[in-house]
Design a protein around this ligand. Structure first.
Ligand SMILES: [Zn+2]
Ligand SMILES: [Zn+2]
Length: 169
């Protein structure tokens, strides 16, 4: 071994460095008008930016929907009960002050976060004798009632209205 001889590994900077780096900042808002305008936080003279549209300065606006999932251990620990099937296992999400399974435990029943457009026609179709109703529903989509559920997840027994539900799958 020769002393004093240090092998100098010079990392090839070009290869070890990523081509680009990312900086992130929450967008700025201009709420002068009725609608909030989202402005580029990187430019000295801010300009509006929008989702899915490239800006000349290279800024993209990214939007992420985040939903909190309560894992099995938390469901067990807090004894959370699904408002649809009334079981206390599996993964759940919160719905108002109640909880509901992440998987569709009662496929016939859907939770509606925002009430759909109610239809008098859907109400009429729903009241038809079943064979006739099924025939009509093949064209219109299912005539479904929307029943009221309080924030704690209990059914109030009130029917808010009817709408045509077209299953996407
Ligand atoms: Zn910009
Ligand atoms: Zn359930």
């Amino acid at each position: 071994m020769s002393k004093g001889h240090t092998r100098n590994f010079v990392k090839k900077q070009v290869n070890s460095r990523p081509e680009v780096r990312v900086r992130e900042l929450p967008p700025k808002f201009d709420q002068n008008g009725k609608d909030a305008v989202i402005l580029c936080p990187f430019c000295g003279i801010p300009h509006p930016i929008s989702i899915g549209k490239d800006s000349p300065c290279g800024t993209n606006l990214r939007l992420t929907a985040i939903q909190t999932i309560f894992p099995v251990r938390t469901v067990k620990k807090l004894k959370l009960v699904c408002m649809k099937c009334h079981q206390s296992d599996g993964e759940m999400i919160q719905f108002n002050n109640a909880f509901v399974h992440l998987i569709d435990c009662v496929p016939g029943t859907k939770l509606v976060a925002v009430p759909p457009k109610f239809s008098k026609v859907a109400q009429v179709v729903h009241s038809l004798p079943l064979p006739l109703r099924r025939a009509v529903e093949r064209r219109t989509g299912y005539a479904k009632p929307v029943t009221e559920v309080d924030p704690e997840g209990n059914e109030t027994g009130k029917t808010l209205g009817y709408f045509f539900y077209k299953a996407s799958a």
